[in-house]
Design a protein around this ligand. Sequence first.
Ligand code: C2E
Ligand code: MG
Ligand code: MG
Length: 767
Amino acid sequence: MEAPTLLIVDLALGEEAKDLITLLVGNAFYAHIKVMVLCDTEEECESCLQRIVRPLSQRTVEPLMGIYREFQQRHPGGRTERDDISYQALFTQVPLGIAVSKLIKRGNSQSHVIHQINPMFEKILGRTKQEIMHLGIGGYTNAQDWEREQLLLKRLENRTITHYSLDKRCLRGDGKEIWVQTLVFPLRFHKEDEFHYFGIIRDITEEKKLALKASEEVNQVLQEKLRGMGYRSHLDDELTVFHLTNGSYDLTGYTADELTAGQGFDYNKLLEPSSHRKVIDRLQEQIRIGKHARLEYEIITKSGEHKWVFELGRLTEDDPPILEGIILDFSHYKELEQSRIYENERIPLTGLLNRSALKRQMEEDKQNPEIQESALISINFTPLYESVSRLNHSYVEDLLVQIGSILAQFKSETAWVYGPIDYSFAIYLSSYPSRSGLEALGTQIIGLVGNLLSSEHVGWGVGIIEIDWSEEPEIDELLHQVIQASDLASKTHSGRPAIRFYERVISELIHRESSILRELSSIVEAVDDDRLYLNYQPVVSVQTNEIVGFEALARLMSNELGLVGPSEFISIAEKYRLIIPLGYQILTKALRFQKRLEERGCADYWVSINLSAFQLLEPGFANVVQSLMAEEGTNPEAIVFEHTESGAYSSLTAVNSVLKTLQGFGSRIALDDFGVGYSSLARESELNVDYVKIDKLFSDQIIKLGADRSVLGDVIKMIHKVDRITIVEGVEEERQLDYLKQNGCILYQGFLYSKPVSEEAALRLCT
Ligand code: C2E
Ligand code: MG
Ligand code: MG
């Protein structure tokens, strides 16, 4: 007998096996012997050229197949004895069951005949060679599995597949059912019309048991913990479900049979109708991209209950593939999620919805083709916040809670109430009847909230924006715009709350604001820009009609907009924090003007300079003023600083101490615009001021109401009682001046004497 040419060595034999491999591979004498190594992992025998890794897989059987093909190619005319021996060696030594079979066709009938079996095959099946040959594959294979296998064999014969692998059940000689994994390849010999095939089997009963146990456990979890069912669907347009497990009844109220009978009432009919198409399309898309489906959606059960389910599926390797997976009852998690959203979307103070809830609602409506026109109302209380230090924090909070509960009554199916969000409340209406309806709603709000706030002197207002979703507006932009509108509504001249619709007018206003902002920014960056300049208005003695000083009033000559007044650009500068650098530029110009007055021999004329609250509260402000005065050679006693109480002061004492410092330099302080806004005599008497400038409002009264009914005289007396000098603003007519004379007013300012004039004109007024 010739020496074998193929040797299969099992590494499990230990050191001896390794020694044998080394001997065979490393020695030219044995070069004609092919060595195949059986191992448990690839790493175990990295250096081996030919190896079979347990458990057997298609990939590891390839080399084995290679050897067969080699045999066949080398000896096309039939096998030699030597081949037979190698073949025999392989057959007997490999620890896998091997059988070679042939398809015999007689007329229309055909049968599969096994013609070679190795000992391992006998061992696995627990039957003798004769028994096996007699039974045939169909005889020992489970009937159902044999049906599947026959289909696969057909394809193998037709060459539509090159091999197949199948887990099947076989009946052993002792009556036990076992699971084997079979890998089958065709064998083509000289007779082209004959179909031989070669099957390898491996006992996988233990593995199957384990897997089955695992899947039972999974089933148990499915049944006990997660209510759900398994499913299989065709990959048709509707992803028609053709198989469901028993969980169907609990989940849907229908039995699995009811939903898969193919009578047109299948599982997909339970999908919530409005999202039905979306769900199917989404699943289709997912499996097209990643062969996996994962989706949450809503179904309606037999009893009409809405349930959220979670579907998790994957494409199988079947041909054609199907989608199989599980559908779980997700309602509980959805409820949890929704309650989390509930908590995340509320404002603890008022229990009303917050900004993200507002944005979410608006975003939903924007996407919803059925909603075309909505409205957003903003009720802005910024000044209430600004007065927190004046009022007391918990008092303000209490007010907000009360406002919240007043507004909450406007809630409905299509209207939601939000706030406070950044100093304002909001009401969002998914749909609204008409513009006049909105206006009526605004008036109602003003009436109700106005009652509550009647004793608080805070400005507030209602802004409304009508939304046309077909224009695809940006949500953030809308929020911004409605705030703008309510901001404007809260700053009426009358001081009473108003309603403002956000419209083009406002958008133009905003355009104007950004244009002014641009110019101010460039002015701030330049050292000396003549677009920013000062006009001067004389302050005159009531008794002698002689000038005592000049008020410096800022002007902006905008390239784009022409002359812009300070009431407009100063507030923009304040809003965008440009007032500090801008204020220093103004201050410097005013100090230089004072110097020019002095040079003209008018050293005793003072120059008054308006200061914004932001300037006064800027750390180190007084120091900068002092050094600027030193730099310019200014006599501090010739300077009056004007400031308006804005209520925005976080601390009255802080302002007061800055005023005191300025007074310490020798300068004087005037309280501007007395009688409007926040000024009150009680507080004014505590302030470090020398002059009180009484607002034009009072001089207007003399004209409007007549001298008899004007309260200006009383105001002047009160101010004198607290030892401050009175200056009345806005004197335009002789009869106003007469009134001032009669009521002991000391100084005045107004168009009657002179409008604010240019620096040169002001110098000419000085004699
Ligand atoms: P204000 O300090 O109360 O200035 C008086 C305002 O009344 C000036 O308006 C002045 O032109 C106007 N006025 C004076 N007499 C009459 C009159 O007889 N009739 C009428 N109808 N108006 C009269 P202007 O210049 O528009 O300034 C408005 C406000 O802008 C000022 O009110 C002041 O609060 C602020 N402002 C002006 N310049 C500056 C500045 O340099 N810095 C700061 N922070 N604010 C400034
Ligand atoms: Mg002033
Ligand atoms: Mg004033």
